[in-house]
Design a binder for this molecule. Sequence first.
Ligand SMILES: Nc1ncnc2c1ncn2[C@@H]1O[C@H](COP(=O)(O)OP(=O)(O)OP(=O)(O)O)[C@@H](O)[C@H]1O
Length: 699
Amino acid sequence: MIEPLDALARLGILRSLDTQFAKFVCDSVTGQDDAPRRDLLALAAVWVSQELGRGHVCLPLSFQQSQPLGLPKEIADSLMALLPDAWRLPAGWPAILSGSAAVSDGSRPTPLVLCDDRLYLHRYWQDEQTVARRLLAAAHPAQSEQAVLQAGMLDTLFARNYLYLFDALSALRKAGGDSAERRRSAVCDLLDVVTPDALNWPEIDVVLAQAQRFSDLTPLDTLIPVSACLNWQKVAAATALSRPFAVISGGPGTGKTTTVAKLLAALVMQNQPLAASVDASKVPHIVLVAPTGKAAARLTESIGQAVQSLPVSPALQAAIPTQASTLHRLLGAIPGRAAFRHHAGNPLHADVLVVDEASMVDLPMMARLLEALPIHTKLILLGDKDQLASVEAGAVLGDICAFARQGYSVPQAKQLSEMTGFVLPAGQSASPSPIADCLCVLQKSYRFHALSGIGQLASAINSGQPDRLAAVWQQGYSDIRQYPLEAEYYQQLIQAMSNFYSHYLKAIAAGKSPAEVLRCFASVRLLCALREGDFGVKGLNSRIERQLAKEKRISPGDETWYVGRPVMITRNDHGLGLYNGDIGIAMPDPDGRTDSRGRPALRVYFDMPDGSIRSFLPSRLPEHELVYAMTIHKSQGSEFADTLMILPPEFSLILTRELVYTGVTRAKERLYLYARPEVLQRSIQRCIQRASGLEANLS
Ligand SMILES: Nc1ncnc2c1ncn2[C@@H]1O[C@H](COP(=O)(O)OP(=O)(O)OP(=O)(O)O)[C@@H](O)[C@H]1O
């Protein structure tokens, strides 16, 4: 079997990585397994390794009848023909493989592990077990008496803010659209009213209509009791206080950061004997991280803003850290090695760990993190479960969030009701997983209000319904535009990019600071589904570069490096502190140095996760690529005021609902989508299903 597999690798049909692994597995059983079983083993090993390359943690054999080996049918059939007749259906493989010396249930070290019908590489099976074990251990309730203490804190932190309502009422009045019905709708929306029919609206409306300042709305405290409302942000904070592990998931602008800032305030207040001052020795050690430098920088900025708007004393605000770092830095990446400085034998120092953009964390990274986390550390994952899964194998956040559909257990619903004052119904599941009690999904976006096309579009994409998508486009929202992919629009896109990018180039020419230039560049981006071709990153990057040169906005000449060249790092360099996805821009050396040919020397400036700016000689940079356009995958963890997104003219298997949703939700203010409607519609009907046993292990 190895020979035909090798031949396929030479033809580029299989990765040599996959066939090498198959050889290794077969060699490990020489003299133990007979020849037909070794053939089967080789096929299974190649296949599971291939699936791993596609992001699947394991190979579920029972579901694999239609597309064996993920290869073209004739090739797969010819390989299958080398097996005994009775062995040609993968659904029957578990029984045969379990007799191989290279396969175990994980209790002994074998290259492959078979768990029910799922076949794993041993390392990934182990990682999955680590993650499941640690999360289940952390899903038990925290001490209940603490939860009661925390109830008062939550009331303070999540007290109603009538300012938002007053502003909304004033806006209605100003716009001339004031009516009792509209006022009622604003109240229901902003105060999270869930049982409006139980309220006395004529009396409430008198208060609303007469309010001259926001404090005039306080009679609503009694007219709209807390029990008539349900603020999911408060529930999310209560969930995280009630369990050592919690996930707060939600789309953009649903208030994850705002909620976590309040949660951290509650955790700091929890051990303070005096309300007026903060005893630093009793403040828990809080650590904030994100998977990439860009995401860490964004978290630092957004949590800083959220903490500043907290309704707490300046001393308490100051006690909440706002500086985020990357997961790699936290774990202590060792240059040239896969291992980290922190592990079970050298655990991290943290009482509370917040991981933002958790959808980007792959299974091995989550396993390393959980191994290094002391048992007492509270772990809070923030992220958007509907976004693309991690680049590497696994969909950890998605697998965990799958339990949200079970709803809270009866005891947890009761505890959360006591902590928040809201009436929380328990889920219907007869035997819910303890993980379900650790989750909260925020759905209301405070960034994208009802008049925002981006928010409506994101939700239509998530519904997977082409009709809803079409309806959103027909509404004529001003913040979203769709362009068909005809030739004139393609050229118009290149021109639009050149115009957008002229701003940061002008900022360089005007001698603005690197920080300002980087900020200006970061306000706009072109996102592509593909890497190659005219509609991919490579083709568009070179077209935009040519257009900018034609319009004399850049002067590349014959050189690779020129003033304004934007690049993205594609390989981590722990020594330099530059990581995959970091974006830098070439600017003139501030000291006026020249290069060996007497031309102005360049330095490439980067925004570091701690908010500082660092510059490097172009020759020092690790692997990188031009970044006028980038893939949607690489844009995860970033947001741009103006986002332009292009899909290929023909449908391709790379196009999925998660990909389109991730691209669209990168847009903060305006989205320009270049796509054929039929391609867009097909894309949103395809969901990524990553094979993994995590959900089964957490059940
Ligand atoms: N309950 C609320 N009432 C009014 N405004 C809110 C509320 N919660 C959040 N906001 C505002 O909505 C905006 C988005 O909130 P936040 O940054 O916390 O969301 P997020 O989910 O972390 O967003 P992203 O995923 O894009 O980082 C902020 O301006 C915040 O002040």
